[in-house]
Design a protein around this ligand. Structure first.
Ligand SMILES: [Fe+2]
Ligand SMILES: [Fe+2]
Length: 145
């Protein structure tokens, strides 16, 4: 089982790829929207239940900031997903969402990963990886937002 930071980075790369595809390929947009709608909330939920919960008391300011970014992402996703695919507002809304999400991924990979590697042992990072996978499955099952 890969350690949690590798799993998170893998999710980030997958979602970056989804955004690329959503922007560039109109033919697969409907399916990719469904995938994004499942993957992005599931990813954030699993992070909050594992890595964020573990670091909350250790680096409260970083985690508070990350949680605020999750809230903003959820709100922006909720506004995006009600826009019809053929509406003129769809592409600008997609680009806004993408910008927000990718900025969050970058700061997570820089700030939060550095703190995690500093404060959490490799063995515990592996254990958190297992929990992360379980939480994602739970999120998919109950469609947690
Ligand atoms: Fe996150
Ligand atoms: Fe993330």
């Amino acid at each position: 089982m890969p350690q949690i930071l590798e799993l998170i980075r893998g999710d980030h790369d997958f979602i970056r790829g989804l955004f690329d595809e959503l922007e560039s390929n109109p033919d697969t947009r409907d399916v990719r929207c469904i995938t994004l709608r499942r993957e992005l909330p599931g990813h954030m939920y699993a992070e909050e239940a594992t890595l964020y919960a573990r670091l909350r008391d250790v680096v409260p300011e970083e985690i508070r900031q990350s949680l605020a970014e999750h809230t903003e992402t959820r709100e922006t996703l909720a506004r995006f997903e009600v826009i019809p695919l053929r509406d003129d507002a769809w592409m600008p809304a997609l680009r806004d969402l993408r910008k927000l999400v990718e900025a969050h991924f970058t700061s997570e990979e820089r700030e939060v990963f550095t703190r995690a590697e500093h404060h959490i042992s490799p063995a515990e990072l592996f254990g958190l990886g297992e929990m992360f996978e379980q939480e994602k499955q739970k999120a998919a099952q109950f469609a947690v937002v």
